[in-house]
Design a protein around this ligand. Structure first.
Ligand code: CP
Length: 308
């Protein structure tokens, strides 16, 4: 069993191995116990300064990282591109180097450009954690998703996991595919043909356009939203038709007559990819995912800081 991560950064699940992922999960188990105590704070990252750089909107990831950092006793600075000198034309590298010159040790960044974190890692010394890079990867989301699946199903080897929705524009989908495959699960994507990347089978996933059949196949349905903000052309006739043909409803789950775990990374478009009845049903672990996100991010921060 590994005792430290094989990487200095968490740029994507692609760069982690199965041992790294298991180590993160086992470390997160300890932190989950910590955050359920009356006193939720440990001194592990005292004297470590972390900058949260968000060049794109976020609710869950941003708050989750900040809570994780504070529960580890790190010093935290938050940066939002919309209220910064990025608006005056400052480059990403200048922005980050200026922040780092104030003695920052770690950077958590969300950026709309795929590969922005990889680029930064070639130029700066601080540890970098990818909190989402455009349509590319969202590694800590995939880690918390797999951690939540492991809580419900145990070992994921041989389990059937389906990812529904807008696979084409989803960083969560790609990170989930990499993570689940490294853990030995079978992965299927399901959605309209226009929202499934050509040649995705080359990643070793199966493809279905049939929601009911895929629900029968899977142990877990991880449902993604339609990312209208990333769509420059019309990939579906209308949201109403998408909901009618690809939305997951309670009657579909009732017809299954089996256990199924429903997940969603948020934000949910209720009544589009999933009805409120499903999102709030006994099958749903959507809020458990959010809770687990803090423990998983504490684990990632702690393990990276241990390598400094
Ligand atoms: N799941 C997720 O990344 O949500 P936010 O965009 O709110 O951070």
């Amino acid at each position: 069993m590994a005792t430290e991560l094989s990487t200095k950064h968490v740029l994507g699940i692609k760069y982690l191995n199965a041992e790294d992922i298991q180590l993160i999960f086992e470390t997160a188990d300890n932190f989950k116990e910590v955050i359920n105590r009356p006193i939720k704070k440990v001194p592990s990252l005292r004297d470590v300064t972390i900058a949260n750089l968000f060049f794109e909107n976020s609710t869950r990831t941003r708050i989750s990282f900040e809570l994780a950092e504070k529960r580890l006793s790190a010093d935290v600075v938050n940066f939002s591109a919309s209220s910064s000198s990025v608006k005056k034309g400052e480059t990403l590298l200048d922005t980050v180097n200026n922040i780092l010159s104030m003695k920052v040790d770690m950077v958590v960044m969300r950026h709309p450009a795929p590969g922005a974190h990889f680029f930064l890692s070639q130029h700066i010394d601080a540890n970098i954690i990818n909190a989402g890079d455009g349509t590319h990867e969202h590694p800590t989301q995939a880690l918390l998703d797999a951690y939540s699946m492991r809580e419900k199903l145990g070992d994921l080897r041989g389990k059937n996991i389906a990812i529904f929705g807008d696979i084409l524009h989803s960083r969560v989908a790609l990170s989930n595919i990499f993570c689940l495959q490294k853990l030995g699960a079978n992965v299927r994507v399901c959605g309209p043909p226009t929202l499934i990347p050509k040649y995705i089978e080359k990643l070793g996933v199966s493809v279905s356009y049939n929601v009911k059949e895929t629900l029968r196949w899977c142990n877990v349905a991880n449902v993604l939203r339609i990312q209208l903000e990333r769509q420059d052309i019309k990939y579906i006739p209308s949201i109403r038709e998408y909901a009618q043909y690809f939305g997951i409803t309670k009657s579909m789950l009732d017809d299954l007559d089996k256990e199924i775990v429903i997940m969603h990374p948020g934000p949910i478009n209720r009544g589009v990819e999933i009805t409120s009845e499903v999102a709030d049903s006994e099958h749903s672990v959507i809020l458990d995912q959010v809770e687990n996100g803090v423990a998983v991010r504490m684990a990632v921060l702690f393990l990276l800081a241990s390598k400094r």
